[in-house]
Design a protein around this ligand. Structure first.
Ligand SMILES: Cc1cc2nc3c(=O)[nH]c(=O)nc-3n(C[C@H](O)[C@H](O)[C@H](O)COP(=O)(O)O)c2cc1C
Length: 202
């Protein structure tokens, strides 16, 4: 066993702790340190999960963008409750977040859409995300048609492409320790701004 303190995950502000762990992930992960699994569920409790990218975060919540008519979009429209999971493999850490979504404002979505690479804008505007695609060429042709229409790639944000903010109710920090004597600290929202935290058995 290494000679480290028994408890290294501090109590206090979960957002400050998220910021610190995320900064370490950005410095060490080779790809997409902002990738997170997003779990949704149908109203009758059938779950589904996929990766999305964190595109904003702070005490208001955790923001991602997507096609609102996708499978996840349909599940989110019917059930606002979600879970997020970050796993930073080389840091041997995970963060679990549970909460409910609210849509970002159109201005926020416009600003983020405009910040994307022109080809990415064309690609998302041309995609009927999650719908059956008869052949990949069909999609590529749609991208090419939009590129011809908007040669600079400045395609407007489609109304069905936007973002959601997850307002966390529970945030759990997990850190690998030797011999699987892992550390877990769970923060639970107690009011509008307040949080309480406790350790969990691994
Ligand atoms: C690392 C990574 C990041 C991704 N980021 C996003 C994203 O930010 N938004 C998105 O809609 N899909 C993203 N995807 C694709 C989704 O995982 C998924 O394939 C797509 O959104 C359709 O999911 P759905 O059919 O459940 O709606 C990403 C995939 C990976 C592997």
């Amino acid at each position: 066993m290494t000679d480290t303190p028994a408890d290294t995950i501090p109590d206090g502000d979960p957002f400050a702790l998220f910021e610190a762990w995320f900064a370490e992930a950005r410095a060490s992960e080779p790809n997409d340190p902002n990738a997170m699994a997003l779990a949704t569920a149908t109203p009758d409790g059938r779950p589904s999960v996929r990766m999305v990218l964190l595109k904003g975060h702070g005490p208001d919540g955790f923001v991602f963008y997507t096609n609102l008519t996708s499978r996840k979009g349909g599940e989110l429209a019917a059930n606002r409750h979600v879970a997020l999971l970050f796993h930073w493999k080389s840091l041997r850490r995970q963060i679990r977040i549970e909460g409910a979504i609210t849509p970002v404002t159109p201005a926020e979505a416009d600003a983020y859409f405009a910040s994307r690479h022109p080809e990415s804008r064309l690609g998302s505007a041309a995609s009927d995300q999650s719908q059956p695609l008869p052949a990949r060429q069909v999609y590529l042709d749609r991208v090419a048609a939009l590129r011809a229409q908007y040669p600079t790639g400045d395609v407007p944000r489609p109304a069905h492409w936007s973002g959601y903010r997850v307002r966390p109710e529970v945030i759990e920090f997990w850190h690998d320790r030797d011999y699987r004597l892992h550390e877990r600290r769970q923060f639970v929202r107690t009011g509008n701004e307040g949080w309480t935290s406790h350790l969990l058995y691994p």
